[in-house]
Design a protein around this ligand. Structure first.
Ligand code: G3P
Ligand code: CA
Length: 294
């Protein structure tokens, strides 16, 4: 089929979906209830994930919120990277052939700074580096973006929650102006509980889907519950949003990783507050069926 015909068919299908789903577009104010779109690992379908290039790409597309992952090197430096290992997203196997299994925590910051974290994604990204958290925070600040920061694999890095807070504070991200632009999240509930205890003003998110019975306890220390999108139901989203979080506002739901238009429309129909996506441009276009402004 001709590409334009495919696009027209897809668009017609989305229109049909729009008619069938309980989308909040039925509200009088069509802008109300529009989920925020968060660029997952930066705009990671368009630039190498968790790099400054991916954050910049999100900015150029007009996305304020970026999600990124933080871990720690052997010499205690916080770096922005998703996997516990370096092999998938860098050339570490070529640069350090004798160092299998190439875990982040086995390499110093100086060693990681030598790695190419862009070529695996595309030749035009050759030479892109793994950013330190410090470099990353400076770039997000320069771009005037907001930050959903995931503490990744905290079980591997004792004390990383406290260290991340220290680094955020050092970079000026814990003042009043920045706090509205910051959420710290993790799959590891004790880490989120501890971040809340150490810095109650920081908004937090638990990744995963605790049972409805557990939600009330979670709402004491977390402002968001962020489930995998396939786990969503209308009832679950409503049960979360009925609760007040530690800052007195309804607990929010941000679903991940929502990359297909149909999934974005479904999640929006369930009433989520945000969509975390590798394809923010695609998701924004899908949502524009109901909401006109970016
Ligand atoms: O922000 C949600 C998402 O990042 C959680 O999964 O593995 O991509 O970090 P993962
Ligand atoms: Ca993540």
């Amino acid at each position: 089929m001709h590409a334009r015909a495919v696009a027209a068919t897809a668009s017609a299908l989305l229109g049909l979906v729009a008619l069938l789903l309980p989308i909040p577009g039925a509200r009088a104010d069509h802008e109300a209830g529009r989920p925020a779109v968060i660029a997952h690992r930066g705009a990671s379908s368009l630039a190498p994930e968790n790099t400054l290039a991916a954050v910049d790409r999100a900015r150029r597309l007009g996305f304020t919120w970026v999600e990124n992952d933080v871990q720690r090197t052997r010499d205690g430096v916080l770096v922005v990277l998703h996997d516990a290992g370096l092999a998938r997203t860098t050339d570490v196997e070529r640069v350090f052939p004798g160092r299998a299994p190439w875990r982040v925590r086995d390499f110093t910051a100086a060693e990681i700074a030598r790695l190419d974290a862009g070529s695996w994604f595309g030749r035009r990204f050759a030479g892109v580096r793994v950013p330190t958290l410090r470099q990353y925070l400076a770039r997000v600040e320069r771009n005037r973006q907001s930050l959903l920061l995931e503490i990744k694999n905290p079980e591997l890095y004792p004390g990383i929650g406290r260290q991340v807070l220290r680094e955020l504070g050092r970079a000026g991200w814990l003042d009043r102006r920045h706090l509205s632009r910051l959420v710290v999240q993790s799959f590891h509930v004790p880490t989120i509980r501890s971040v809340h205890r150490l810095r109650p003003a920081v908004r937090t998110a638990v990744l995963g889907s605790p049972t409805i019975a557990e939600l009330r306890t979670y709402a004491r220390f977390t402002d968001q519950i962020n489930p995998q999108h396939l786990k969503l139901t209308v009832g679950y989203v409503a049960a979360v949003q009925r609760l007040r979080g530690p800052h007195g506002r309804p607990v929010e739901v941000c679903a991940w990783t929502v990359d297909r238009p149909i999934d974005a429309l479904l999640a929006a129909g369930y009433g989520v507050d945000c969509l975390i996506t590798n394809r923010p441009d695609v998701v924004r276009r899908a949502l524009s069926v109901f909401w006109t402004s970016p």
